[in-house]
Design a binder for this molecule. Structure first.
Ligand SMILES: [Ca+2]
Ligand SMILES: [Ca+2]
Length: 91
């Protein structure tokens, strides 16, 4: 697995995110496709409508190596960035 050692994240939180990633990865190929991302967001947020543009932007933001799919490292980085943004906004 890619090095995520310098992430300041609790093991429990990391485990939960890994579980979430595996749940979203329906075909178990180790990557989230845009379709799997959509399904994951839908099951997390309920029955909301988000435009194709929104998902395209989301994929662009998360997919740092630009291979068109999201690996675990990218997923964890995105989750951590979001957590950081949330904690900053609370200050
Ligand atoms: Ca997949
Ligand atoms: Ca990628």
């Amino acid at each position: 697995m890619a090095c995520i050692g310098n992430m300041m994240m609790a093991d429990k939180e990391l485990n939960e995110l890994q579980n979430q990633f595996m749940k979203m990865d329906k075909d178990n190929d180790g990557f989230l496709s845009i379709e799997e991302l959509k399904d994951g967001v839908k099951s997390a947020l309920g029955d909301v409508f988000l435009s194709q543009d929104y998902y395209d932007q989301m994929l662009l933001a998360i997919d740092t190596n630009q291979d068109g799919k999201i690996d675990l490292t990218e997923f964890l980085t995105a989750a951590q960035n979001r957590a950081r943004a949330l904690s900053v906004s609370k200050l």
